[in-house]
Ligand binder design. Sequence first.
Ligand code: C2E
Ligand code: MG
Ligand code: MG
Ligand code: MG
Length: 281
Amino acid sequence: EAKKRGGNAVCWYSEKLDEGLGYKVALRTQIQEALAKKQFELFYQPIMTSTGQISGAEALIRWHHPTKGYVSPADFIPIAERTGQIIQISEWVLRQACQDLSELKRYGINTVSVNFSPIQFYRDDFISKTKSVLEEFNIKPGEITVEITENVLVNDTQRIAELLQHLRELGLDVAIDDFGSGFASLRYLNVLPVNKLKIDRSFIENIDHNRHNAAITGGILNMVEHLGIQTVAEGVETENEYRYLVEHGCPLMQGFLFCKPKPLGELLVWAERQQSLENES
Ligand code: C2E
Ligand code: MG
Ligand code: MG
Ligand code: MG
């Protein structure tokens, strides 16, 4: 179960969180408590250049539940989206990531990616709230990337394009996450002000011998090169996948091959060791 969801060495809560009578009420209360008692935590996974340097890190939320251990975002983000609590959670994520960035920068990691929920885009104060957090932490252009899944882009494209433009004007980079997994198309790359694209990990799996995946990923890489969009391959797990991607010009990669998502402190230890290995060679 943990593996399937791209989990970590930690033990995931594997029962269904939403079982039982009145589960939604119970969960709403528990999420409220989690916010109040600071049970949310950001893990970080490095994003690597094709030459093996650390280019940045993605913040991935975990719920350190008092009795259930680490709960996966896949288990509570959808519920928080339904209850509207995602707004508070997202605000916490952005502030925490901005705060952690100063620590990461001391280890040469100068950009952090955060995942935004589609729900946020429908709030009137979305841009002004985001702006005030960026100002509070004195964030400079290019330091924070906002990741949005491609499904967000399908409805109301014009409106979303305007909001993304506002985010860009605040100095944020904007990435389309899980590209290719849903119904978005290449057309969006022309009309939306995005400057990064993350190829869904289903296309990276076995890319070295799956011709279908190789063709799709190759096509994306070729096209995007001329649009000034940076591409990240997600879910790189094997040496062979890595080598294939390097040979085919993929500039950035992320996956368990390099490093699993880790608590900030552990990531910094990993980064330091990585950098000293690099200096030796
Ligand atoms: P995502 O943004 O596409 O994040 C990548 C997911 O793939 C992460 O799962 C990561 O642990 C996993 N992964 C990374 N490398 C590999 C690999 O080599 N193999 C496999 N099998 N998996 C890999 P995670 O952390 O469980 O997050 C799942 C999803 O939950 C994220 O997908 C994102 O959509 C959402 N999420 C996570 N944190 C947040 C957050 O702070 N806010 C919001 N709104 N959503 C979040
Ligand atoms: Mg993401
Ligand atoms: Mg993704
Ligand atoms: Mg995903």
